[in-house]
Design a protein around this ligand. Structure first.
Ligand SMILES: Cc1cc2nc3c(=O)[nH]c(=O)nc-3n(C[C@H](O)[C@H](O)[C@H](O)COP(=O)(O)O)c2cc1C
Length: 254
């Protein structure tokens, strides 16, 4: 069993590091191999959406993202720890994850995912939500704990005083271990579920053309009705009578 841990903080011994270290102690006790990447002080650019990874199988920018991707390929779990910056995961970790998840052309399905957010005071749950979205679009079961996976601390080391936060990390690592082992057994017994993929944009040219025709048809009915009303008005009778008249009137009111 192997877990890859990514720490987005530039403080190599900061509070995110303390939270992840607590988890590593449990993994080691459980015989789970760990591979830690501290990326916060690295110059990690964002995804440029070039799509070259589709043919290369890795990102065109050959940096730590590709290194992590190679390590993650045969791992059973992924833990992403972030310091909270302006109530979100920090920019470095987001740049890294966009490129990692977009460029990895192997399946992440059934690798256990867990997000950890560390803040001085606020923004942990919003950050937690953002990070979990990488896992849940990738068929990765998300491990949980006895609280949302956060710890509090401002100055480096303060998070160790958050006893509930540290216990949350211990329980999270225990649950990740259990899930990884259970999934390994399940794979042997049942295999990985086959998920077909369909890809569709919300804007579809043929549907768009149909919609334009429908709008034009309504407009034509409306124009006819308005002309009719004017004609009747000229004769002193402006009340709509026909179905087309009523339709046009409803349309005008909406
Ligand atoms: C640019 C920046 C923005 C921050 N924004 C927040 C915030 O929105 N909420 C919060 O509680 N703490 C915020 N903090 C404080 C850090 O989350 C806190 O110090 C945390 O312990 C950092 O983790 P680290 O020691 O692993 O780097 C911010 C820190 C920085 C540098």
């Amino acid at each position: 069993m192997k877990v890859v841990l990514i720490n987005g903080s530039p403080r190599s011994d900061g509070n995110t590091a303390r939270a992840l270290a607590e988890m590593c102690r449990v993994f080691e006790k459980n015989g789970v191999e760990t591979r830690m990447f501290k990326v916060g002080a690295k110059d990690i650019r964002g995804c440029v959406g070039c799509g070259n990874c589709a043919s290369l199988g890795k990102c065109v920018y050959d940096d730590v993202v590709n290194e992590i991707s190679a390590e993650l390929r045969d791992a059973d779990g992924l833990v992403v720890g972030t310091p909270v910056y302006y109530a979100s995961p920090n920019g470095t970790i987001l740049s890294l994850l966009d490129r990692l998840f977009f460029s990895a052309h192997y399946s992440m399905a059934m690798k256990v995912g867990a997000a950890v957010a560390v803040a001085r005071r606020a923004g942990t749950t919003a950050s937690f939500d953002v990070l979990n979205k990488y896992f849940t679009i990738s068929g990765m079961p998300v491990a949980s704990s006895t609280y949302w996976n956060d710890a509090f601390g401002g100055s480096p080391g303060e998070a160790e005083l958050d006893v509930e936060g540290m216990q949350t990390m211990v329980n999270l690592a225990e649950n990740i271990t259990f899930l990884m082992k259970s999934i390994a057994l399940g794979k042997k017994e049942y295999g990985i579920p086959k998920n077909d993929k369909r890809f569709m944009n919300f804007i579809r040219p043929e549907e768009g053309a149909k919609a334009v025709k429908a709008v034009q048809a309504v407009k034509s009915v409306k124009d006819q009705a308005v002309r009719k009303i004017f004609r009747k008005g000229a004769k002193g009778d402006t009340a709509p009578e026909s179905e087309a008249d009523n339709k046009a009137e409803t349309e005008e009111q909406s």
